[in-house]
Design a protein around this ligand. Structure first.
Ligand code: PNS
Length: 163
């Protein structure tokens, strides 16, 4: 039986921690759909298209993954695409409360839905997109934690802001 899972998130921008979760999920599920949230009310650093492209460029070699975007409720996207499993990365206990809230809210909206939590490598336990954005905005180098294309894109954003 084909087991499809969605890995939803803001991915603003994608980090090595996200890529680690994607690789682990690809080893478990027949197909993984990375779904980038396009939230019209929340200002993101990267546009949905930029975020999709930054992810896509790092998935070469993984055959059972594709990238998509969604707006509105995750459960609506899942129902429309006939997907009942969502993957979320769990870094530390501090993530639990937020993740439980999301998982239970989603399940109350779609009772067939299961959330599967995967742990990234311990190298990425303290890594987050917001930390990456903050460090990059002050010119800090975070290259061990983000793919090269993301480091270049962040530097480009900083130059644009400085003009
Ligand atoms: O990477 P993030 O920002 O922690 O991901 C959060 C995300 C995108 C999974 C969550 O905010 C989401 O699914 N948003 C879509 C709107 C929705 O379905 N809300 C109800 C559950 S919180």
């Amino acid at each position: 039986m084909k087991r499809v899972a969605v890995y939803p998130g803001s991915f603003d921008p994608v980090t090595n921690g996200h890529l680690d979760i994607i690789r682990r999920a690809c080893g478990i599920f027949s197909e993984v759909v990375v779904a980038v949230l396009h939230n019209r009310t929340k200002k993101a650093l990267f546009s949905p298209d930029e975020r999709l492209e930054l992810i896509r460029a790092n998935l070469k070699g993984l055959k059972n993954v594709r990238v998509d975007s969604f707006s509105g409720l995750l459960v609506d996207y899942m129902k429309k695409n006939n997907i009942s499993v969502a993957i979320r990365g769990l870094r530390a206990v501090s993530d639990l409360e937020y993740e439980f809230q999301i998982a239970h809210t989603n399940r109350s909206l779609y009772n067939k839905m299961e959330t599967v939590f995967l742990m990234p490598s311990d190298k990425y336990v303290y890594l987050s997109s917001s930390m990456v954005r903050e460090v990059a905005s002050f010119g800090g180098k975070f290259t061990a934690f983000i793919p090269r294309n993301v480091a270049r894109a962040l530097a480009r954003k900083n130059r644009e802001k400085a003009v």
